[in-house]
Every structure is written in C-alpha cells, then in structure tokens.
Design a protein around this ligand. Structure first.
Ligand code: GAR
Length: 200
C-alpha cells in the first residue's frame, strides 16, 4: 500500500504499554496503517520510552494539573493529535475517561481494548469481578469508543478459561496474552475499513 493511503494511528497509553507495543510491531509491511504518535497522560509512563526506542513520535500531557477539568485536559491533548494528523485513535491501557465532546470528534475512528468480555464488567477490577462471579470464561474486547464507558460497538473478542486457583493477577496475565493477539488483528481490519468483528 502506498504511504499516502495508509491510515495514521495515534495510540494513547497510561502505563507500560504492552498493547501499544503489540500494535506498533504489527504496523509494518502491507499493513493499512502506520503509527503517527504515542501519547500518555502520565509523563513517567514506561511505554513512552519503549515507543521512542522504536522511532515513534511521543508526547505527554500530564492530566494532574487539570484536576477534574476533563475538557481542559482534552483541549491540551487535541493539538497533539491534530499535529500528528491522526486518522485513528487507539486507546491502549489509557486510564482516563473521555468526555462526550472529545469522543464525538473521533466518532467511528476511536478504538479501545478492555480486559473483559463486554458487556460484562465495564469499568475497573474486571478480573476480580469475573472470579468472584464464578465465571468459567474471561477475556478481552476491542470496541469502538462512544460517550458511554466501555459500551461502543464490539469489534473483536478473545476468550480464555478461568482456572481453579486463579487470582486476579494470574487471570490478568492470561487475558493480556490474548489482548496482544486481538488488538493488532482488529486494528488491521479496522484500518482497512472492515468492521466485521474478530473472534479469537
Ligand atoms: C490492559 O490489560 C488493558 O486492557 C487495560 O489496561 C491494561 C494495560 O496494559 N485497560 C483498561 O483497563 C481500560 N479500562 P498495557 O499498558 O500493558 O497495554
């Protein structure tokens, strides 16, 4: 695919960025997208150095000085996404809730990965909640981001068994392995304009 036809992907992170790395590593060869920016709300996020080491432009906008003013934080983030000419926004362990106004700017162009089989367990502590409920299966979901938290159209899911003796940590590790398979598979399809869900 020629470079001008490739979609430009900005990845938003808050932490180690293992999903971000999986996405970055996938965007080579005939992939219909290329990374244009990795941005974190935490200037100390380990993922920033990892992205930089791969030659990807990085930026940080610390959310803390903005307090509860989400719109002001987003107003500081937006120029970075615009300067990078991002076509697609991939949230990858980005732990800030976004306003409806911000999400609306990227309708149909913003993805998120969530560590549960949505619509089960939106929000936090997904693995502990799956174990406490006695679920036989857990997993992860990639979905389009809409104004309602973790509720947009599902673009893919991967499932794992919950094993006897699992803790939230052991289950999280098993799910995370699948996240690293699922998110690149969904992004590849999505960037090519195909929203058919991927089930692994
Ligand atoms: C991942 O498990 C991701 O699904 C989760 O945070 C982790 C980030 O890990 N995201 C959420 O909980 C979003 N609400 P990573 O930084 O290694 O990709």
């Amino acid at each position: 695919m020629n470079a001008s036809a490739q979609r430009r992907v900005a990845i938003l992170i808050s932490g180690g960025g293992s999903n971000m790395l999986a996405l970055l590593r996938s965007m080579t060869g005939d992939h219909p997208a290329r990374p244009c920016l990795v941005l974190s709300n935490d200037p100390q996020a380990a993922g920033l150095a990892r992205a930089r080491a791969l030659g990807v432009p990085v930026a940080a906008v610390d959310h803390r000085p903005f307090g509860r003013d989400r719109a002001a934080f987003e107003a500081a983030v937006l120029p970075h996404l615009q300067a990078a000419r991002a076509d697609i926004i991939a949230l990858a362990g980005f732990m800030r809730v976004l306003t409806a106004d911000f999400v609306g700017r990227y309708t149909g162009r913003m993805l998120n990965i969530h560590p549960s089989l949505l619509p089960k367990y939106p929000g936090l502590n997904t693995h502990a909640r799956a174990i406490a409920a006695g679920d036989a299966e857990a997993g992860c979901t990639v979905h389009e981001v809409t104004a309602e938290l973790d509720a947009g159209p599902i673009l893919g899911q991967a499932r794992v068994p919950v094993l006897p003796g699992d803790s939230a940590q052991t289950l999280a590790a098993r799910v995370l392995e699948q996240e690293h398979r699922l998110y690149p598979a969904v992004l590849r399809r999505f960037a090519a304009g195909d929203r058919t869900p991927v089930f692994l």
